[in-house]
Design a protein around this ligand. Structure first.
Ligand SMILES: [Fe+2]
Length: 440
């Protein structure tokens, strides 16, 4: 493999276009794992997934296996899922509960905070310098771990901005997600929809703020749902919630234009704000009342007035406040990405809100749904189309270039169908990948 110089890497990103190699070159993928996924705050999971002491949850940061645990003293730990002995993954399933973590291979046993408790045949290590008490003979902690409203992030790098600083304007999306609970708390409920995309991880991240695709690619799902309803419904039939969810995907260009786009430091962004494809859902009986009694009329009004669509916390985490769900990005290879879709329960809210979130994720985000496969097919075709080496080597980011509005605090705004977010993400990509200094 030839090594790409920083100049060569930098030349792949231009102000209005990006070179196809950024999505197809395995060497660039390897560099991304080290320079982006090895430095940024990466989403691990929610504290409610390790509710009780002894609970554990196994996942990955980039491609590195980690476990999140709840220790006896109630603290949450994120450690590499690698035995200090021969390197086997100590936790082999996705989640569970245990008094201790025992490696299946030679029985080295650890406490929930990673401390080595037991080594079979311990006397054989006497005088070796390895074993209990040696700081490397334990489950190694991920260098930085922090949480925001119970959402746990970790960084493989000991250096970088603190989580709250790094979240920048995206923190407000998390605030609103949690504020939508009358008790100010969310918790993961059930498992997740996990499915493999045979495309580069950046395609999913870009798509969530791409407002020029829904009215085209989702004709097959949203457009069909509208036609079927028109053909079959009788006058005065109630509009099913499923249609309320599906129909806005084929709203016209004007609607998506008005949603607006906002981007912040470190590559984060959001579509919508005042309106989104979620803003016309019918009310859930008792929900507004519960929020008003928890927060008062004015604050409840403010909470419901926030209609952010997709928030992207670059590079690993995306969320929808109204739907109370998150989608997590797990890169596997240059052309393979796992997307996990998790649903949260708004603690104290009517059960119907949770049912709606599950229904939404069944219809839109699961691997056997109506809307997601439209996007999946589009990513797949882009990944295949980019194999064409001759002709155009570049992917366009020209739309509304020169019309981005930068506010004094560095926030960038644009109309909803602009390519601003893509330009912004690649500015961040360049700072991680090429400049490798204080990233932006
Ligand atoms: Fe889509």
């Amino acid at each position: 493999m030839k090594n790409l110089s920083n100049d060569e890497l930098g030349a792949l990103i231009q102000p209005d276009r990006v070179h196809r190699r950024v999505y197809t070159d395995p060497e660039i993928f390897e560099l991304e794992m080290a320079r982006i996924w090895g430095r940024a705050w990466i989403y691990v999971g929610h504290e409610s997934q390790v509710k009780q002491p002894g609970d554990y949850f196994a996942t990955h940061i980039g491609r590195q296996p980690v476990i999140m645990t709840r220790h006896k003293d109630g603290t949450v730990h994120v450690m590499f899922n690698r035995c200090a002995h021969k390197g086997a993954q100590v936790v082999g399933d996705t989640c569970g509960h245990a008094q201790q973590l025992r490696c299946l291979y030679h029985g080295w046993t650890y406490d929930l905070d990673g401390t080595l408790l037991h080594t079979p045949g311990e006397e054989g290590y006497a005088g070796s310098g390895y074993g209990k008490g040696n700081p490397t003979a334990r489950l190694q902690k991920v260098p930085r771990v922090d949480s925001y409203h119970g959402l746990v992030f970790a960084s493989l790098s000991p250096d970088g901005p603190p989580l709250r600083t790094w979240l920048s304007g995206a923190a407000a999306s998390i605030d609103n997600l949690v504020d939508r609970s009358p008790e100010g708390r969310i918790e993961v409920a059930g498992g997740c929809f996990r499915y493999v995309h045979d495309s580069n991880w950046k395609m999913f991240i870009e798509n969530l703020n791409d407002a020029m695709h829904p009215m085209v690619v989702h004709q097959s799902s949203s457009g069909t749902a509208k036609r079927v309803f028109q053909d079959l419904h009788n006058e005065n039939d109630p509009v099913p919630f499923e249609l309320e969810m599906l129909a806005p995907f084929t709203n016209d260009y004007g609607f998506f234009e008005k949603m607006g786009l906002t981007a912040w430091k470190y590559g984060h962004s959001v579509t919508g704000g005042k309106i989104s494809i979620h803003s016309a859902y019918s009310p859930i009986p008792g929900y507004a009342e519960a929020l008003v009694s928890a927060y008062g009329e004015e604050k409840a009004k403010q909470i419901f007035a926030v209609n952010r669509h997709n928030t992207v916390v670059y590079p690993s985490f995306t969320l929808k406040g109204v739907i109370t769900s998150v989608r997590v990005v797990k890169p596997v290879a240059v052309n393979k990405t796992i997307i996990e879709s998790w649903v949260f329960r708004q603690v104290g809210a009517p059960e119907e809100l949770f049912t709606r979130s599950i229904t939404y994720c069944n219809l839109i985000n699961s691997h056997a749904n109506l809307v997601g496969p439209d996007d999946w097919e589009a990513y797949h075709r882009v990944q295949c189309g980019l194999q064409a080496e001759n002709g155009s080597e570049w992917i366009s980011m020209h739309r509304y270039r020169g019309q981005d509005r930068t506010l004094p605090d560095g926030t960038v705004e644009a109309n909803g169908t602009s390519d601003m977010v893509f330009r912004h993400q690649y500015d961040t990509w360049r700072s991680y990948m090429v400049e490798q200094g204080e990233f932006r």
